[in-house]
Ligand binder design. Structure first.
Ligand code: SAH
Ligand code: DHB
Ligand code: MG
Length: 224
C-alpha cells in the first residue's frame, strides 16, 4: 500500500508493538493464514485485543464466531473466555478449519475452541435446533452478503446482555453508497438497518484505519 495507507500501517505497527504484542502462538496463527483460502484477512493484533477485552468486560464464557479462517481471532476470544469457556467457530472451508485447529492446539486452547465445518447458516441453525446454551458474545466475520442472516441467527443464540461485533462494516467507505452494486456492501447495509429497527438492540459503529486499510466494526448490545 502507498501514501496514506503506509502511515496507517506504520501507526498500527507502533501501537501493536507498544501496547499489544503477540506471543508465538498468535504470531504463528497469523502467519499460517497464508495457507488458507483467504490469506491475510484476519483481524489485526490490536483488533484482536479489542475483541478479547470486549468479551472480558462482559465476563463472556461462551462465544460464537462466524468465519474462522486460521483461528487467529478465535485464539484471542478463547483467551477471553478462559479455562472452561467455549468458542464455537463456524467455517465453510475444511482446509481453513484444519489450520485453525492446529493453531488452537499450539496456543493451548484446543479444549475450548470448537471449529464447526460447513455453511455458517446451516451450522448456526443446527445449534438453534439443538437448543444450544445461549452465547454471551458473537463475532460475525464470514461472507458479508449473509450478515443479515447471521444476525438473525445470532439473536436466536444469545441472551439479553450479549454483545455482538460485526467486522468489515465500512469497506473502504463503500458502505455509505446506498446504490452500491456490491452484494457484500448491501449485506452490511441491510444488517445495520435491521439492527437499527430492532428495539432490543443498542448499537454503534466505528471506522478504523490501519494495516487492513479503511474499515470498521459495529458493536451491538442486546438490551432485551
Ligand atoms: N475471524 C477470522 C477471519 C475470518 S475471514 C479472524 O479474524 O481471524 C472469513 C472466513 O469466513 C473465511 O475463512 C471464509 O472461508 C469463511 N466463510 C466464507 N463464507 C462462509 C460461509 N458461508 N460459512 C462459513 N464460513 C464462511
Ligand atoms: C475481507 C473479509 C474480511 O473478513 C476482512 O476482515 C477483510 C477483507 C474480504 O473478503 O475481502
Ligand atoms: Mg473480517
Amino acid at each position: 500500500m502507498t501514501g496514506q495507507h503506509s502511515s496507517w500501517s506504520d501507526v498500527d505497527h507502533y501501537l501493536i508493538d507498544t501496547l499489544v504484542g503477540e506471543d508465538d502462538a498468535l504470531a504463528a496463527a497469523r502467519l499460517s493464514s497464508r495457507d488458507t483460502t483467504a490469506p491475510g484477512i484476519e483481524v489485526t493484533a490490536n483488533q484482536g485485543r479489542l475483541l478479547k477485552m470486549l468479551a472480558e468486560l462482559i465476563g463472556a464464557r461462551r462465544v460464537i464466531e462466524f468465519g474462522t479462517l486460521a483461528g487467529y481471532s478465535a485464539i484471542w476470544l478463547a483467551r477471553a473466555v478462559g479455562d472452561g469457556g467455549v468458542v464455537t467457530s463456524l467455517e465453510l472451508e475444511e482446509q481453513n478449519a484444519g489450520i485453525a485447529r492446529a493453531n488452537a492446539e499450539r496456543a493451548g486452547v484446543a479444549d475450548r475452541v470448537d471449529v464447526v465445518v460447513g455453511p455458517a447458516r446451516v451450522s448456526a441453525q443446527a445449534l438453534v435446533d439443538a437448543g444450544a446454551e445461549p452465547y454471551d458474545f458473537a463475532f460475525i466475520d464470514a461472507d458479508k452478503q449473509s450478515t443479515p442472516e447471521y444476525l438473525r441467527l445470532v439473536l436466536e443464540l444469545t441472551h439479553p446482555g450479549s454483545v455482538i461485533v460485526i467486522d468489515n462494516v465500512v469497506r473502504g467507505g463503500a458502505v455509505a453508497d446506498q446504490d452500491s452494486a456490491d452484494e457484500q456492501v448491501q449485506g452490511i447495509r441491510t444488517a445495520l438497518a435491521d439492527v437499527a429497527a430492532n428495539p432490543a438492540l443498542e448499537a454503534t459503529a466505528l471506522q478504523t484505519v490501519g494495516l487492513k486499510g479503511w474499515d470498521g466494526f459495529a458493536i451491538i448490545r442486546r438490551v432485551s
